[in-house]
Ligand binder design. Structure first.
Ligand SMILES: [Zn+2]
Length: 676
């Protein structure tokens, strides 16, 4: 059975746990000698998966496919993680192993009795309680790949890429500076160990616990860490600005170098491949081994990229690797692989690439969108250029539309505690990026499981009025269209290589604000182009309307994550969402009806939408954003943030209500299994 409405409200967590055994499970899992007696129906599926996380077991009950409420070997997934788990340790043929039976007994025990913190200090008890709360705010959500029928060659490639991914995770933790803290997790404290792994660090990230000083995976005081900047620098909250203002600021803030300081405090850039030499060589060797495993002539492009990436991990030739990477496409490989330092969001200055692996299979579903949009992409650029006005002028854009991919694993910077990136344009730097020759992908296999669909509908129904819910769709199609348009728009209008008076957007707006603006541009374009495509009869109006309702709920989801992170750094998607929702309220497209119940029939007050007014409003918003970026109008950008993000009052009140309702549903916390 799917457990649609299981909610672990913060503060009632232990109550919920206690009541879940109120039914009085009469089975006992083990006798004192550990022999196997239990029926495998002692713990409902949702509880099994939650407790497996608390106990740091690499196990996930996929689905009660035969609806007998009993866990069968075929319904169990063994998760990819650290250390790597092997399926054969838990399931042998169609039977469970003794190790699994012991683990199940522990899960039953935990389901019947809340963990005891007897003998621990009050401080440590508070910490461990907070850690459990943090974990329970994420519903483990499986991304499963089955490669059992793959060729021996493909299996060898996968094995080496997974091995590289594990080293990349370590590299990423060196970049964030948290790797050395891992040994501080108390032994036997499985929940903290899992938290450290899931969040890639000791910090809590769930909205309800991220600001709780007790919530952390280690019983020591946390301070800001970084493996990229000297510790002395981190004490200054404005150190990014100070670095940028130095004569050598540009060199120090290059994307693929760490800032090293000598004893006198004089700073110099050190390339990643020297700063993290051993780990990078180890990644390089795995990638070379993956390349060497390929003999299939149809995978020449993948092989070339693996070799180029292996070289870059040794000598920093990232831009050369990008060339090989950009030559891969949906026609010449069944794989999608990116292994490189890419996104900059993870670090305080938003300048340096974070190491990650995104490994996926190609999903051929993107062809429909390629056929629709390829012929009109110059018109799309012209539409944005017209809205931006001078000094921006339409360019000859040469972007490729998103390829759809079905993710096998995300590792390092692309593996998040909660949620997952569903669209990405890379690279961010260098000739391939600047000449629009990069690759854009949309991930099609996140949030498509029944648990996620039900959870998303419940969230929407708690905030939207019945009239708006009529246009809400469980289908993935509206989301995919928006992702396609959002990602395409990163290549349109004033983009990464655009300069005003010789300055690029990071130099004009600063790192964090330029990230917010670029995402605001892309997401406003996703709204704007949906209606633009209706005008051109590329899609029908109903499709655009469903996309608009979906995009509003997307914005609510990001609003619920908070406007700033723990370090008070702006969260670009959250801020763009606040700007869009505030703007749509101003334009009368979205209206809060205090007197009406939400569609779920429980919550008082809900949003209705005037869908017919959407096209004019989103065109206006697109114009404002395109003008700000096109003219380098920092004041205009700051005014948007001041009004819709930072000001107290009506917008903030609306966000608070949305956030409260949204956060009742646990967030998807993706876990990966690769059967092979
Ligand atoms: Zn984006």
């Amino acid at each position: 059975m799917m457990r649609f409405s299981k909610r672990y409200l913060v503060g009632t967590f232990l109550v919920a746990l206690a009541s879940s055994c109120g039914g009085g499970a009469t089975t006992s899992a083990t006798s004192p000698d550990g022999s196997w007696q239990a029926a495998l129906d002692a713990v409902p599926r949702g509880d099994f998966n939650r407790i497996a996380v608390e106990l740091d077991l690499p196990l996930f009950w996929i689905d009660d496919a035969d609806r007998d409420k009993t866990l069968d070997p075929a319904e169990l997934s063994v998760l990819w993680g650290d250390p790597p788990a092997r399926e054969s340790d838990w399931v042998a043929g169609d039977a469970f192993t003794p190790a699994f039976k012991q683990a199940y007994a522990k899960i039953v025990e935990r389901a019947q009795k809340a963990p005891s913190f007897a003998g621990l200090s009050p401080e440590e008890t508070r910490r461990r309680t907070a850690v459990l709360r943090e974990l329970s705010d994420g519903r483990p959500t499986l991304v499963a790949s089955d490669l059992r029928n793959a060729s021996a060659e493909d299996k060898a490639v996968v094995e080496h890429v997974l091995a590289a991914a594990r080293i990349v995770e370590k590299l990423y933790q060196k970049q964030t500076g948290i790797l050395s803290l891992a040994s501080q997790v108390p032994s036997g404290d499985t929940a903290s160990k899992r938290l450290f792994y899931r969040n890639q660090g000791p910090q809590c990230e769930a909205p309800a616990t991220k600001d709780d000083p007790d919530c952390k995976a280690v019983p020591v005081a946390l301070s800001r860490t970084s493996g990229i900047y000297p510790p002395a620098l981190l004490k200054d909250p404005k150190f990014c600005d100070a670095l940028a203002a130095r004569p050598d600021g540009r060199a120090l803030l290059e994307p693929f170098v760490v800032v090293a300081a000598d004893e006198e405090g004089s700073m110099r850039p050190v390339p990643y491949q020297r700063a993290f030499e051993n780990d990078m060589h180890a990644v390089s060797r795995e990638l070379e081994a993956a390349a060497a495993a390929i003999s299939d002539p149809n995978e020449g492009a993948m092989q070339a990229y693996l070799n180029a990436a292996a070289k870059a991990f040794r000598d920093g030739s990232w831009f050369e690797a990008d060339e090989a990477w950009a030559r891969m496409n949906t026609e010449n490989s069944k794989w999608y692989l990116r292994v490189a330092p890419d996104e900059v969001y993870f670090e305080p200055c938003n300048r340096k690439g974070g190491f990650h692996v995104s490994f996926a299979r190609i999903d051929q579903g993107s062809r429909e969108w390629k056929e629709k949009l390829d012929p009109i992409k110059l018109d799309m650029e012209k539409a944005l250029a017209d809205l931006a006005g001078p000094p921006y002028a339409a360019r000859k854009v040469a972007f490729k539309l998103p390829d759809f991919i079905s993710v096998i694993i995300n590792a390092g910077d692309s593996r998040s505690a909660f949620g997952a990136t569903v669209g990405q344009s890379l690279p961010n730097f260098g000739p391939v990026a600047n000449e629009g020759r990069g690759r854009t992908v949309a991930m099609t296999n996140f949030y498509t499981d029944a648990d996620s669909i039900a959870s998303q509908r419940a969230q929407a129904a708690s905030v939207l009025c019945a009239s708006a819910m009529e246009t809400y769709s469980d289908e993935q199609a509206p989301q995919l269209m928006s992702t396609v348009l959002h990602e395409a728009a990163h290549n349109l209008g004033p983009a990464a290589d655009y300069k005003v008076n010789g300055k690029d957007d990071v130099e004009i707006f600063g790192g964090p604000l330029s990230s917010t603006l670029e995402e605001l541009k892309a997401q406003s374009a996703a709204l704007f182009f949906a209606d633009w495509l209706v005008e051109r009869k590329v899609i029908d109006a109903e499709r655009a309307r469903r996309a608009h309702v979906h995009e509003l709920t997307w914005a609510f989801g990001h609003i619920s994550r908070g406007m700033y992170d723990q370090d008070k750094k702006p969260q670009p998607y959250s801020q763009l969402s606040a700007i869009q929702v505030g703007f749509l309220i101003d334009e009368g497209v979205v209206t809060w009806n205090a007197g009406e119940k939400a569609q779920n029939g429980k919550d008082q007050g809900c949003f209705s939408m005037k869908l017919d007014a959407f096209p004019a409003a989103t065109k206006k918003l697109m114009g404002i954003v395109a003008k700000i970026k096109g003219s380098g109008d920092k004041k205009g950008a700051e005014a948007l943030v001041a009004k819709y993000v930072d000001a107290p009052g009506a917008y903030a009140d609306v966000r608070k209500t949305v956030t409260e309702r949204w956060l009742r549903e646990p967030k998807a916390s993706f876990v990966y299994s690769v059967r092979r």
